[in-house]
Write a protein that binds this ligand. Sequence first.
Ligand code: GSH
Length: 252
Amino acid sequence: MMGKLKVYADQMSQPSRAVLIFCRFNGIDFEEIKVDISKRHHLSPEFREINPLQKVPAIVHGSFNLSESHAILVYLASAFPGIADHWYPSNLFRRAKINSVMDWHHSNLQHGAANYVINTVLGPATGRPLSPKAAAEAEKVLLSSLSKLENIWLNGDGHFLLGVSQPSIAYLSMVCELMQLEVLDEKDHSRILSPYKKVLQWIEDTRTATNPHFEEVHNILYRAKKKFEQQRSRVAETGTEPSNKMGGHSKM
Ligand SMILES: N[C@@H](CCC(=O)N[C@@H](CS)C(=O)NCC(=O)O)C(=O)O
């Protein structure tokens, strides 16, 4: 007996959301333990025991600890019985392709999207200053990654990556990554995403395929989006910068 799975997550974190949606969608019996990054809970000595890298998500399953969302998704898809094969196929070649997309994601799409959002919107809520220079560099990586997604990974006949018609852990991970762009100013959101029609359709297909879990887990992001919109209109009306106090993410 492994004991009940514990998932340490902050729903404002895109890889945390991918793991939570996967667990909920697949009916895995788990306990969600909230680690609020805006309150520095990830830096606590208790959490360091769980994940010495001090990042979310992380899991504990019995005496086994694991960090890194892709490794966690692979573990969950393999360790729990009854998970449909399309999530992480048993066919060696299809599995290898999924691993390949996930490796690509971490050094390209995640790098670009996360750094862009942190340096344009989210930084202050996690104790980091905004940096237009870092944002400009991240945008280049993000746009180049979106173009590769559109023209290479989504270039098959199926709705999802690699021309297949059912989702895999790789697609869930990357769509959650892209969803964080929701907190951007509408103009930036549209400028960045609207040229990529297949990517936009793929986000919608993912939402539909994994609902209601997809929307439930993304609710915190929609609330954050509203707060940032209100903050921007106050700045436009009064000309004063916000105090950077977004409070705890979980309260958004
Ligand atoms: N490659 C890791 C990324 C983990 C990561 O960077 N998590 C962020 C939240 S999205 C974090 O814990 N940040 C803590 C910090 O700001 O130091 C994964 O996919 O799990």
